[in-house]
Ligand binder design. Structure first.
Ligand code: NAD
Ligand code: TYD
Length: 333
C-alpha cells in the first residue's frame, strides 16, 4: 500500500490527477487535502467519492495541524497541486498567493520531512521562466517571474529544491505549460471564452490578442507526472508541454467558429499589467523518459468545448455570486 496525499485535489488539474491515479495505481490510497476555496469544487470528485481507496479532507496546506492530521497514518508520496492560480487575482490581491503558494509549500515540505516521505512532487509552472521572446525555456534557464502568481510559484519551486539539496527529501519538480480541459474554472481564458460565448456575453481579449501560450491537455499533464515520478530523478526539474503554441486571438476565433457565434462578441479590453508575451518550453528532458502528449490541440479543444456545452449545471452557478462580483469589478462591466 502506498499512502498518497494530493493537495488541491478538488481543483482542475488535481481532480483529473485523482481520477487518473485511482485507475492507474491499484495500490495507492489517496487522501485529498483541499481548502475548497472559490476554485475548489467537490463536484469535481463526485465520481470517486465512494471509492474505497480515496478520502477527502477539507483543510489548509498552510496550517501545520491540518497537514499533520491529513498524514497522521503516514505519507509515502505527496503531489502538491494546491495553490492560488489566477494571475489577474494575484495582481489585485497578492497576499493569498504568498500564503498558500509559498508558506503552504513550506508547511508541506516540513511535514514531508518529518514523515520521511519517499517522494514530494511540486507542481510548478512554465510561468516561472517569465516571458520568452525567442526559443524555448530549458530547465536550467534563469527564473524571471513577472507577476505575484509566477513569483510565488518560483519561490515554492526553489524552496522544494532546497529540501532536496539540504535535507535529502526526494523532491520532483514539474513545470507544465498552460493546461486546458473539462472542469477548469471559468476565469482562465479557454473556459471563460467558451462559457461566455455560450451565453452570448462578450469575450474580453487583452491587449492586441497576440500573446502566445503553449497549450497542454490536462490528461497529458497527469500522465507526464507519473513518468517523471517513475523514471525521473529526485532533485530534478522537468518541463512538460505539448508544443501547441497559439496566439490568444487564434483561440478566440476557433472557439467562436466552433460554436457558430459572431466575431462581434470579441471585446478588446485593456491589457493585463506586466502581461507575459510568450511562454514556450523545451521538453526534450521529459520526452527522453518516454513521455509524449496523446491529445492534439484540436482534439482537446473539441473535447473541452463539448464538455462545457453539455455541463452547464457545473458552470452556470459559478457565473453568478462571488465570481460575478469579481468578474464585473475586474472587467469594469
Ligand atoms: P485550481 O485553481 O483549479 O485549483 C486549485 C485548488 O487548490 C482548488 O481546489 C483550491 O480549493 C485548492 N487550494 C487553494 N488554496 C489552498 C490551500 N491553502 N490549502 C488547500 N487547498 C487549497 O488550479 P489548477 O489550475 O488545477 O492548478 C493546480 C496546480 O497546477 C497549481 O499549483 C498551479 O500552479 C499548477 N499549474 C497550473 C497550470 C494551469 O494551466 N492551470 C499550469 C501549470 C501548473
Ligand atoms: P490565463 O488563462 O489567465 O492564463 P495565464 O495568464 O496564466 O497564462 O490567460 C491566458 C492568456 O489569455 C493570457 O495571455 C491572458 C489572456 N486572457 C485574455 O485575453 N482575456 C481574459 O479575460 C483572460 C482571463 C486571459
Amino acid at each position: 500500500m502506498t499512502r498518497v496525499l494530493v493537495t488541491g485535489g478538488a481543483g482542475f488539474i488535481g481532480s483529473h490527477y485523482v481520477h487518473h491515479a485511482l485507475a492507474a495505481h491499484p495500490d495507492w490510497h489517496i487522501t485529498v487535502l483541499d481548502k475548497l476555496t472559490y476554485a475548489g469544487n467537490l463536484a469535481n470528485l463526485e465520481d470517486v467519492k465512494d471509492h474505497p481507496r480515496y478520502r477527502f479532507l477539507c483543510g489548509d496546506i498552510a496550517s501545520r495541524p491540518d497537514v499533520e492530521k491529513a498524514t497522521e497514518d503516514g505519507m509515502d508520496c505527496i503531489f502538491n497541486f494546491a495553490a492560488e492560480t489566477h494571475v489577474d487575482r494575484s495582481i489585485g490581491q497578492p497576499e493569498g498567493f504568498i500564503r498558500t503558494d509559498i508558506y503552504g509549500a513550506y508547511t508541506l515540505l516540513e511535514v514531508a520531512r518529518q514523515r520521511k516521505a519517499k517522494a514530494f512532487v511540486q507542481i510548478s509552472t512554465d510561468e516561472v521562466y517569465g516571458s520568452v521572446a525567442q526559443g524555448q525555456s530549458r530547465e536550467t534557464d534563469a527564473l524571471m517571474p513577472s507577476n505575484p502568481y509566477s513569483a510565488s510559484k518560483a519561490a515554492a519551486d526553489r524552496l522544494a529544491y532546497s529540501y532536496f539539496a539540504t535535507y535529502g527529501l526526494p523532491v520532483y519538480i514539474s513545470r507544465a505549460s498552460n493546461n486546458f480541459g473539462p472542469r477548469q474554472y471559468p476565469e482562465k481564458v479557454i473556459p471563460l471564452f467558451v462559457t461566455n460565448a455560450l451565453v452570448n456575453e462578450p469575450l474580453p481579449l487583452y491587449g492586441d490578442g497576440e500573446n502566445v501560450r503553449d497549450w497542454l491537455f490536462v490528461t497529458d499533464h497527469c500522465m507526464a507526472l507519473d513518468v517523471m515520478l517513475e523514471r525521473g530523478a529526485p532533485g530534478e526539474v522537468y518541463n512538460i508541454g505539448a508544443g501547441n503554441e497559439r496566439r490568444n486571438i487564434e483561440i478566440t476565433r476557433l472557439i467562436l467558429d466552433r460554436l457558430n457565434k459572431p466575431t462581434t462578441l470579441v471585446r478588446p479590453v485593456q491589457d493585463r499589467p506586466g502581461h507575459d508575451r510568450r511562454y514556450a518550453l523545451d521538453c526534450s528532458k521529459i520526452r527522453a523518459l518516454g513521455w509524449a502528449p496523446r491529445v492534439t490541440f484540436e482534439q482537446g479543444l473539441e473535447q473541452t468545448i463539448a464538455w462545457y456545452t453539455e455541463n452547464r449545471s457545473w458552470w452556470l452557478p459559478i457565473k453568478t455570486g462571488e465570481y460575478l462580483e469579481y468578474y464585473r469589478n475586474h472587467y469594469r462591466l
